[in-house]
Design a protein around this ligand. Sequence first.
Ligand code: GLY
Length: 578
Amino acid sequence: MPLNLEHRLRAVALGAFAAAALTVSAGFVETTPAYARTADAEQPVLTASAVAVADKYAAVTAEQIFRQGGNAVDAAVAIAFTLAVTYPEAGNLGGGGFMTLYVDHRPYFLDYRERAPIAATRNMYLDDKGEVIKGMSLYGHRAVGVPGTVAGMWEAQKRFGKLKWKQVLAPAIKYAQDGFEVSDQLQERRDNASKDFAGKTNFDLYFSGLKQGATFKQPDLAATLQRIADKGAKGFYEGETAEMIATSMRGHGLITERDLKEYKAVWRQPVLASWNGYRIITAPPPSSGGIGLVQMLKMKADLKDKFDNVPLNSAQYVHLVAEIEKRVFADRAQYLGDPDFYKVPVAQLLNDDYILKRAQEVNPDAPSDTKSVMPGLGTSMPEKAETTHFSVVDKWGNAVSNTYTINGYFGSGVVAEGTGIVLNDEMDDFASKPGVANKFGVVGSDANAIAPRKRPLSSMTPTILTKDDKVAMVIGTPGGSRIFTSIFQVVTNVYDFSMPLPEAVGATRFHHQLLPENTIIQEPYHALDPEVVKELEAKGYKFSMQGMNGDIQAIRINGTTPEPMSDPRGRGVARVIQ
Ligand code: GLY
């Protein structure tokens, strides 16, 4: 990656910061050295750059950025700002997310997850009787966590980007000013959200123009993006934008100008694990996803003899995977939360002997008794399945895997007046009522209780696989608690079943998460074979249907050629850029 002197000096200064910041989360399986730029290889190592993104506008943006000489991080940041305009149901400025990076052969992880406002309290969603007030953490101002996206993009681009900050903002500003053509899928999502938010938020005031085929312009958002372009992260967290967010919250929600000014994105040690000859680089807490993904992959490998000759998506395959998922979700509920507030036993959960022990508990013949799998158990509140992901590689071999979210489509439904910013409903990812049995008779865990400045537990799992220090795959998806089980299925389709990437991504996916008891979640896109369903019902499984199971955006590197693939379930685009 060619770099100028300014970049090198900046990187050295930031390297010192990174070394300190990385000590924040303890207990990881390997350590990552602090970043220090080496004499960079000027020669491309891949035949092209590539992206897999959630819509066509983001693909055009990526192409522009690469043509201007940008690298994978520049492209990722420009994509994130573009999707905030053209994919407003999940792309965002008003939410947060995780970025996994592989730059100059080194792994990094940036946590820009939302935080609870300073005034947040453990019981803020409970009524006088201690019952959860329905919808309060999902709709309206009180559902909103302090947004992290702009801080995250600023942090990533200033550390690793090559282009000027204004260059990566420019495509998004143009789409906001000039408008973009609305797809049928976006209109459908808008119509559904509008019903949920009716009478509760100002959603319709901003988004009634999202009609298929119409050109949708967002002048307030264009002005906000311009302030961010001019002033960097301060254009969001201080000054006019912060004032407008705080004003729209006053009397309704908890976020103040102080909350915004104090927000910080955090460089964390990624989860690193060896699997099947690959190194997995994935999301640490406050995501549950990286640990869940590694546990699943390793348990499946431990159970090799049980999986031998078992056809993909046969009744026995679904049963064995569900048995693994049961155990992974039991751990997730009990042990995972924000590592800055709760000592998450990451190393223990990723310990090979521990994973083998859990694998050996799998019953190959029948579903294990759900209660016997629970280690005390936590909440099984259904998670919103929305969110969006993009994967990027550049021709110098750097990669970015980024998942970000406002939780449900269009978040809380609140648009901060005058800013065009859709605010998240990420507070719903906390356990509203820890320590008390929920409707499934299970007890919520303190690990994910609400506290001021704390980050809610997430399932987002932006992941990169490397082999011999070179990127082999970049992958991620939306899907709430189905995120890492979807990634597991695509990764194993590719590497265990030798499927070509398009088939691996398009194949049927299913999901089990311990609760509801012995229930397999299907998707209308590709349901399981009815005979398989019958066989599993005879074993005691039940089935439920949810919307599409993820929207995988993946890139596989074949030799030196990137092969991107965008999930046929969504409106995404895969593009190779020479
Ligand atoms: N809100 C979805 C997630 O964080 O996983």
